[in-house]
Design a protein around this ligand. Sequence first.
Ligand code: SF4
Length: 340
Amino acid sequence: MAPSLEEPTQVDLDAPLQEKPNLVAPEPEHCPGPESQQAGVADSCAGCPNQKICASAPKGPDPDIPTITSRLSSVRHKILVLSGKGGVGKSTFSTMLSHGFAADPNVTVGLMDTDICGPSIPKMMGVEDETIHVTSAGWEPVWVSDNLGVMSVQFMLPGRDDAVIWRGPKKNGLIKKFLMEVVWGDLDFLIVDTPPGTSDEHLSVNSFLKESGVSGAVLVSTPQEVSLLDVRKEIDFCRKAKIPILGIVENMSGFVCPGCKHESQIFRPSTGGARRLAEEEGIPFLGAVPLDPRIGMACDYGESFLEAYPDSPACEAIRQVVRDVGVQLGLKGESVVVEV
Ligand code: SF4
């Protein structure tokens, strides 16, 4: 039997995050976090309309976090894929990163889609018609190949055109349940495709996973300043949340014509692109992945772009990014990627 969003007793989606109080106003910029020990009593809380609520709310760690941590304890490397805004190819990049690691048959890779508003991973991985199985141990991921498993909220929706149109605590409850119930087993790498930006869901995913020992975050941007602006916020967020930054990837970085191999700049890096930002921020630049129209095609057909078009310049760039992520994780770069 597959879990369904229409089974509230099983999924208990109405359960709010236990430690987050119901606020009457948005959290201001200098908020120490309504769940923190400082909530309502910090100097920066002075004058905040939520101060009374935050001060009287129960404090302490979320009691479900140890369950999430235990679920993920057999995963060696947990990698968050973050972007400041949507539309930069984060999910596409997550699938290619997963395929890149899984090219080595000796490693086992999981790809978790926590973008509950726009889950697109099942389609891109060619498993959108699959359902997940519930066992006494929990929810089993869908296996794309012998060493690559996928889990997405999409598998729990009644139809592929159905949307999750919940708000606040209900969404967070779903994300938490999702992280608590999935049985990944022994994994070498878990790639987590997170919701874009710094929305509530984004914060929930990161705070739930942070305690389980996230190896680090890969930030995805396009070369344009409008995208880099939001990546700066992500960098700030990671630093505040103490999530190690493995590096930044510049996606859609130029276009190499598959026919004549001529390269053109579609999104101009008017301020130096992600490479300059990485230098300024003192974080690793993991590489620039050029546009290739066949990437979108491979995703639409649920194929591995790396296997289907190994000669594409974008493939070589992705392989290099995978190597560099491996190096940042303390692995030997050459041993991380098996050439296809
Ligand atoms: S009272 Fe403090 S912790 Fe609560 S929302 Fe306002 S700033 Fe944040």
